[in-house]
Design a protein around this ligand. Sequence first.
Ligand SMILES: Cc1cc2nc3c(=O)[nH]c(=O)nc-3n(C[C@H](O)[C@H](O)[C@H](O)COP(=O)(O)OP(=O)(O)OC[C@H]3O[C@@H](n4cnc5c(N)ncnc54)[C@H](O)[C@@H]3O)c2cc1C
Length: 388
Amino acid sequence: MTTTPHTTDQEQENMILDMLDKFLAAEVKPHVQHLEHNDIYPTEIVEHMKALGLFGCTIAPEYGGLGLSTTTYAKIIERMSSVWMSISGIINSHLIMAMAVQRFGTPEQKSHYLPRFARGELRGGIGLTEPDCGTDLQAIRTVAKLEGDTYVVNGSKMWITNSQQGNCLALLVKTDPKASPAHKGMSLLIAEKGPGFIVSKKLDKLGYKGIDTCALSFENYRVPADRLIGGVEGRGLQQVLGGLELGRINVAARGLGVAQAALDEAVVYAQQRKTFGKPIAEHQAIQLKLGEMATRTQAARLLVYAAAQAYDKGERCDMEAGMAKYFATEAAQENSLEAMRIFGGYGYSKEYNVERLYRDSPLLLIGEGTNELQRLIIAKQLLERNRI
Ligand SMILES: Cc1cc2nc3c(=O)[nH]c(=O)nc-3n(C[C@H](O)[C@H](O)[C@H](O)COP(=O)(O)OP(=O)(O)OC[C@H]3O[C@@H](n4cnc5c(N)ncnc54)[C@H](O)[C@@H]3O)c2cc1C
């Protein structure tokens, strides 16, 4: 995707979203059922995504990216997820990795990695979670020991998306396992695949099919010391948490896309299906559901766009991102269940999209910080901003 120097931000957004809609309609929609139900990685779709520049959505133009605002990016994720949530995951954690390098990397790391990330030549995600911990990241046990000018990494990671098909991760490790508090001994490495970086298993999931989420182990895996993001040890957790604000807006936008898709499916079906001599859309019980679903979707949209706009202005937005993530993903879960009810028995059939939306939505309640954690973040911020 390219724009002329004279296009305004709004024109650029319209043009990009228009191109995206055409791509989704022509290249994705017709293949979703087959790819989803056979859990097939969408290789051809990924090649199209590379050509459209989507791997560089939020990477600055000076490094070959599209340099889009978070607001435009959120709209891209919303649209992708309304068609097939799995393809949004292919760029989501990849761009969190890229954002960590863009915000915290050394000038050499930026010029070496960001253009390759933007082209999708190097792609991947974030390696944080381990078999024994996810929410409590300070408890990770993967260790990187400096030997000369190389870190030697040992440990394991769990639930790492894009780790089989991708070739690079932002990997959270302990460079000083004895540090107190623990975060002072945590660092983030740019980890390209090599000997000792082992994909142990592709995990079989309830939904979010097609995309690879894996268990990994690291056995004397060697990373050159100049791949330590920012070049200073002990800043890894802070770098990761900075990226998670964007990650939460991503997941919120996915929730919005799923909630909208469930609503759209229900609105069409309710007018086609007849019971007792009239379309079910004319029964008040169904109208109540549609009214709630539409309101939830619109409220989610306003929260997602508000959080994205705050992020774009450089404002502190952990509370706004937390609210958007919490509300929009719960909206996805509730709308997909309501759509299934409106579809009756057909909602339970793999022939209809609502079955997939129902399986995809629970992940959103867990990923990028569970919704329990989001409410704690919101409350903490609320109290901090209103100290008496
Ligand atoms: C399909 C999928 C893809 C994923 N992709 C990635 C990825 O690419 N990279 C990556 O690093 N991770 C990834 N994850 C992992 C995900 O981020 C974690 O599962 C998530 O952070 C929760 O961690 P956990 O599973 O260890 O749960 P736990 O941390 O064990 O939490 C279990 C329960 O306890 C609750 N809980 C924990 N602490 C508190 C507290 N202080 N107060 C109240 N409640 C609490 C949680 O809310 C949850 O309900 C993925 C997960 C899935 C399912």
